[in-house]
Design a protein around this ligand. Structure first.
Ligand SMILES: *Cc1c(COP(=O)(O)O)cnc(C)c1O
Length: 414
């Protein structure tokens, strides 16, 4: 436990811990409840919310030492804040990473993790099936600064091998992908990347920090949208970048400090409280998603169900090797295209129409007209997003109710 200046813990000496119970050895559930907790001198039970932008110094010498990097106290909440630090440390422990930096949103995490290390003339290879805004960053925003890219079918290892070049600095991917839930072999792609000295940046949002430990498969940088799952209760935005200490200190931190997509202390506090129940929620939601996927497979009018834990998934074996559950999202196709999909959504009585995901409330979206509208018809066809495709984010309601809601809606639109 790091000790605040002036706290009772500092006066009495920090708590003792035995080797087997150091926080890095804690079980996941313990890390999620207690990881990063730093109590003030008031001894509050729950994490304190330090809703302040700046910090004061006892004297000029201390201020000078902080600016010189000789004293690691706080300077300004754009650089760091105690509540934000607690969130970063909790997620760092869960992920098993050396370092973590909280950001204002998942997209701030994606953009800054790439922009901080790329320069004009660099090359990036990304999987084609990406979250809409990630696709925009790689194909529209970064190219404006002279960063070249190639997109590949993430499942095709030969395509990755053919696309990497000596000047490839980063590989960016998402697994499972949105919304088709394709799974990419992280260990194999990491090996291909590392051969040319490229770093692997993975958007681990769909997998969740509970169900896929990407660093163990060779990823270098892991990105989260805290909005999904970590808050997971529809309250606030947030994000995080997990990496080595060296990457955080030398590349990420200078970029984030000066460009400013800082995580609000209030949002960090919400995310901290969300993490306390993260494992319970994700385990429950992932189990419910499997039930929903299995039920959809048996429903007339559904032509295809995509879910990583189904035996029918094209990469079922890889899913089980790389993940410990299928995740909270199920995607399916209905016969009858967009009209049937829209009719069906209108008839749902529990599941809400929303493009968000990883929430305690079950949500459904029609990717072709919403999240994947901007990538255009040709690109949608390439990644297999049809007009009859629907994506369901399975929440915490009774799985039976969700199955009834979906099957009634599907059947009544026949
Ligand atoms: C939501 C999401 C993001 C972006 O996160 P925000 O917090 O909304 O900025 C990035 N990648 C994936 C896969 C997502 O689902």
């Amino acid at each position: 436990m790091r000790v605040f200046p002036g706290s009772r813990a500092e006066a009495e000496g920090a708590g003792v811990s035995t080797d087997s119970l150091t926080k890095d050895n804690w079980g996941e559930a313990t890390k999620l409840v207690r990881g990063g907790l730093e109590r003030s001198e008031f001894g509050e039970t729950s994490e304190a919310l330090f809703l302040n932008s700046g910090f004061v110094y006892p004297d000029g010498e201390t201020a000078a030492a902080r600016f010189a990097g000789e004293d690691d106290g706080y300077i300004y909440s754009r650089y760091g804040n105690p509540t934000v630090s607690m969130f970063e440390e909790r997620l760092r422990l869960l992920e098993g990473a050396e370092a973590c930096f909280g950001t204002a949103s998942g997209m701030a995490a994606v953009y800054s993790s790439l922009a901080c290390q790329l320069k004009t003339g660099d090359h990036i290879v990304a999987s084609r099936a990406l979250f809409g805004s990630c696709f925009q960053i790689i194909t529209n925003i970064l190219p404006r600064f002279g960063i070249e890219y190639d997109l590949v079918d993430g499942k095709d290892l030969d395509a990755w091998r053919a696309a990497v070049r000596p000047d490839t600095k980063c590989i960016f991917l998402e697994t499972p992908s949105n919304p088709t839930l394709e799974v990419i072999d992280l260990a194999a792609v990491s090996e291909i990347a590392h051969k040319v000295g490229a770093r692997v940046v993975i958007d681990n949002v769909f997998a969740t920090p509970i169900l896929q430990k990407s660093l163990q498969f060779g990823a270098d940088i892991v990105i989260y949208s805290g909005t999904k799952h970590i808050d997971g209760q529809g309250r606030c935005l947030g994000g995080a970048v997990l990496s080595t200490k060296e990457f955080k200190e030398d590349e990420l931190k200078p970029f984030l400090r000066h460009t400013g997509p800082a995580l609000s202390p209030f949002n960090a506090w919400v995310l901290l409280k969300g993490m306390e129940t993260l494992k319970l929620r994700v385990t429950q939601q992932s189990g419910a998603a499997l039930q929903v996927a299995e039920a959809l497979q048996e429903t007339a009018g559904v032509s295809r169900v995509l879910y990583p834990w189904l035996d029918s998934h094209l990469q079922a074996e890889l899913c089980r090797a790389q993940m410990t559950g299928g995740g909270t999202v199920v995607t399916f196709d209905v016969e009858g295209g967009r009209q049937r999909a829209f009719d069906l959504m209108r008839r749902l009585s529990i599941i809400d129409i929303s493009n968000n995901l990883g929430d305690s409330k079950s949500l459904i979206t029609h990717p072709a007209s919403t999240t994947h509208r901007n990538i255009g018809e040709e690109e949608r066809a390439r990644v297999g997003i049809g007009e009859g495709m629907l994506r369901v984010s399975v929440g915490l309601e009774e799985p039976e109710d969700l199955i009834t809601d979906l099957s009634q809606a599907i059947t009544s639109t026949q």
